[in-house]
Design a protein around this ligand. Structure first.
Ligand SMILES: *[C@@H]1O[C@H](CO)[C@@H](O)[C@H](O)[C@H]1NC(C)=O
Ligand SMILES: *[C@@H]1O[C@H](CO)[C@@H](O)[C@H](O)[C@H]1NC(C)=O
Length: 499
């Protein structure tokens, strides 16, 4: 399963907020925006003898039961309409060298989170949330607010900074609860943080001009997964205030991934960055047509994309769109491992795919093209080229998705023993009846491989349909797209498990 952080298109939440702007105004008036004083009382932190925050809402209940000493305040909980799911707010003050974190999730998941190295390993956050000698300086840029400018040369793979979230909210909460229920807890989540984290969150830029706790959250949240192998996957939306200092570029020079074990977001250089260049990340999937990208950026962050790929002259922009359309089509068909009339075509298609990523200067996600190329070369028994592309996939994948990324894990398996990898000679095994002399060791794989090849076209059609529907069509579609992407990855993972 892919562990990747995606900046959430914040507008998606609005799809569920049928109570609309009128409520928000009422809501803002109801809840005080002054920070409350934080609990420093040891008796509270250690024994749970705390005064609950006075939150003015009928929907809130405060409970002292199941209150681990780890949490700095008694959890505040809300129950979903039909009473089956309970979600609570937990705040931990010592987390990540006392930066603190607020987590809005179910009690059982809160307990599981406490077992992560993020909470149990004292060394988990060395050099995290700390930038003693940064390779950049913050400058005010015309029309772009504050940006980070490199002040020395950074090479591909160089670490830029690492941060932990100050708030983590389980994604279901946004679909299960109305604003009236969840907003007071979102506010309390921030008010209960240590002052440093609270102030950084409140200093963020909100785009929608609504309740600042909700607005700053929606404008700056990333979607992450902690337990990607769980039966029912749980996504969290998290905010790391520091990442927001990086402005957008459709062809960025930096990328980030989220490490679910330490709850840390790492940012690295994707290519050589020279002194004087602004450090940038992409707020959206860069492999989308120009109009899709500019619309998404305008809708969710309110700015007109001015990066060089958004402002290219029309013939150049059209050529870029054509490359991206071909890139997406090739990637879809290679990912499906659909049968080919000529097995060697896969290699040519994969080379073209890699070239399209390069032509488009898409440096992070190119790891997906490299790993498809490794599969194709392995599939026809070209070990040298398979290993070359697997190495390239690992190099880029570590920056794009981190050590737990799908492509990185898969490619490391290929590197460990190319001939034992599931993709080894799979193209040649199609129609294997003529190949009776195959080595015994290969036989089981052969059969499974053949099944796989037959199954794929059905999936391919399904996914193509989803792909069309999933094109950016405004707010209501975005959540669906996230969901269908998750389903797609789940299917892919199952297909791999079966092998
Ligand atoms: C309760 O609500 C949740 C979320 O809306 C839903 O998944 C679940 O099926 C519901 N259960 C019942 C008994 O209605
Ligand atoms: C770059 O800027 C930072 C301040 O953000 C400073 O601490 C650092 O020393 C500078 N490095 C160089 C090489 O100028």
């Amino acid at each position: 399963m892919y562990i990747s952080t995606t900046i959430i298109l914040a507008f998606a939440y609005r799809a569920f907020a049928d109570s609309g702007a009128a409520f928000l105004q009422d809501g803002s008036a109801l809840y005080s925006s002054d920070p409350v004083s934080l609990t420093t009382d040891a008796n509270c932190v250690e024994n749970g003898n705390c005064d609950a925050l006075d939150i003015n809402s009928d929907h809130l209940s405060s409970t002292l039961t199941n209150y681990a000493k780890d949490w700095a305040h008694p959890p505040k909980c809300i129950q979903s309409q039909n009473g089956t799911d309970k979600y609570c707010l937990y705040t931990h003050h010592a987390f990540a060298n006392s930066r603190g974190i607020s987590i809005f999730t179910t009690p059982d998941k809160a307990a599981r989170l406490l077992e992560l190295p993020a909470f149990t390993d004292e060394t988990a956050h060395t050099k995290v949330n700390s930038e003693p000698d940064p390779p950049y300086e913050a400058r005010s840029l015309p029309g772009r607010g504050i940006g980070l400018i490199a002040n020395r040369t950074l090479h591909k793979g160089d670490h830029i900074f690492s941060n932990t979230p100050v708030i983590m909210v389980e994604e279901w909460i946004f679909s299960e609860f109305e604003e009236a229920q969840r907003l007071p807890l979102q506010e309390a989540a921030i008010l209960q943080l240590p002052k440093g984290a609270h102030d950084k969150f409140m200093a963020l830029h909100g785009h929608f001009g609504t309740n600042p706790y909700d607005d700053n959250f929606n404008t700056n949240a990333f979607a992450i997964e902690i337990w990607p192998n769980d039966e029912d996957e749980t996504a969290y939306n998290v905010v790391m205030p520091e990442i927001s200092r990086l402005n957008h570029d459709c062809r960025p020079n930096a990328h980030y991934y989220f490490d679910p074990h330490t709850l840390t977001h790492h940012v690295h250089a994707l290519r050589t960055i020279y002194p004087g260049e602004e450090l940038t990340i992409s707020y959206i999937d860069p492999a989308q047509a120009l109009v899709t990208r500019t619309t998404a950026l305008k809708t969710s962050w309110g700015f007109d994309c001015a990066c060089s790929s958004c402002t290219a002259p029309p013939p150049h922009a059209a050529a870029s769109d054509a490359r991206i359309a071909q890139l997406l089509a090739l990637q879809n068909s290679l990912e499906d491992h659909a049968p080919l009339t000529n097995p060697g075509d896969g290699v040519g298609a994969a080379e073209l795919l890699v070239s399209l990523y390069k032509q488009e200067r898409i440096e992070g996600p190119v790891c997906e093209a490299y790993s498809l190329a490794a599969h194709e070369y392995a599939s026809v028994g070209d070990e040298w080229s398979a290993v070359k592309y697997a190495r390239l996939a690992v190099e880029s994948g570590l920056l794009y998705a981190g050590p737990d990324g799908d492509d990185v894990v898969d490619m490391q398996e290929l590197l460990a023993d190319p001939k034992a990898h599931w993709s080894w000679r799979f193209r040649e095994r199609k129609g294997a009846e003529s190949d009776e002399e195959d080595e015994e060791a290969d036989e089981d794989e052969d059969e499974e491989g053949a099944d796989e090849v037959e199954k794929m076209p059905v999936e391919a059609e399904k996914e193509n349909e989803e792909g069309k529907e999933g094109q950016f069509e405004g707010a209501a579609k975005l959540m669906q797209r996230l969901e269908s992407e998750r389903q797609r990855l789940k299917r892919k993972e199952r297909a791999l498990d079966e092998l």
